[in-house]
Design a binder for this molecule. Structure first.
Ligand SMILES: [Zn+2]
Length: 270
């Protein structure tokens, strides 16, 4: 009897695990919360929203998300409000189909599908920023490639792909990533890169942490501004070589806590 009982228990546990894994697969609906996230993660997510407004990356639009610390098949993102107004109470849990687990009447960002699709396609990604970062826009519409011209943006080396929603949708749209299919197409163009430009719209930046994705978002904007200025001067522009970029990125990787701490402090008591 003991054996049967134990076998029954193990079978039940395996079945439960199988259900959990199946729920993580594409196209399978999930129910129930992953549980309360780490309060520090939520605090950092709120800070990331405010920092990116201060740094001119986000304005009344755009959004930041972080993968849930308890379940890789979930992510955290604010309900649909301006990033500067986000508080911990506004943070909702989403599944990888970009649907809120318990919205309780709160509305979600129209373009939430960007996030679920990328978290599904990129297990390495733990944080995502979608913005309309102004200086990058020209690089999405001219065919001039965005390239790293100084060490702070070395992560741009290797190419910044441009995603065209018209090609993905097969015709004209309102330019918004409103569906899972468009989210998947965008994630496909991002591929393994840290940044993808969206033609006539904005940019998506991904990272392994909130401090990294904030750093990358800020310096993508700064590099775009500087590159536009350098190109306007009319001479040839010398960009970082691939080797320089590799070395610079490795050196800066260990210092990301410095600007993150500074930017958080500058938020004051917000
Ligand atoms: Zn947008």
């Amino acid at each position: 009897m003991t054996m049967v009982t134990r076998r029954g228990f193990v079978a039940g546990a395996v079945a439960a695990l199988g259900t959990r894994l199946a729920a993580s697969r594409p196209g399978t609906a999930q129910t129930g919360s992953a549980g309360p996230p780490d309060p520090q993660l939520v605090e950092d997510l709120v800070a990331a929203n405010h920092i990116l407004v201060d740094q001119g990356v986000l304005d009344g639009y755009g959004h930041v998300s972080a993968r849930h610390d308890r379940d890789p098949a979930r992510f955290l993102m604010s309900r649909s409000i301006a990033p500067e107004l986000v508080t911990a109470a506004d943070v909702l849990e989403y599944d990888l189909e970009s649907e809120p687990v318990a919205a309780a009447g709160r509305t979600s960002y129209l373009e939430r599908f960007i996030h679920g699709a990328i978290y599904r396609a990129r297990p390495d990604v733990r944080a995502i920023v979608h913005s309309h970062s102004p200086s990058v826009i020209p690089f999405g519409v001219t065919g001039v490639p965005l390239r790293p011209l100084y060490h702070m943006s070395a992560f741009l080396s290797g190419g910044v792909p441009v995603w065209d929603i018209r090609a993905a949708a097969g015709g004209d749209t309102d330019m918004l990533v409103r569906t899972q299919a468009l989210g998947r197409a965008l994630a496909q163009t991002l591929g393994t890169r840290p940044v993808v430009l969206m033609r006539g719209h904005g940019v998506v930046v991904v990272g392994t942490s909130l401090p990294q994705v904030v750093f990358r978002s800020v310096y993508t904007e700064v590099n775009a501004r500087l590159q536009g200025q350098a190109l306007a001067l009319g001479g040839g522009v010398t960009y970082l070589s691939p080797e320089e970029a590799t070395r610079a990125e490795a050196s800066i990787a260990g210092t990301l806590g410095r600007p993150w701490d500074l930017w958080k402090r500058k938020l004051g008591g917000r």
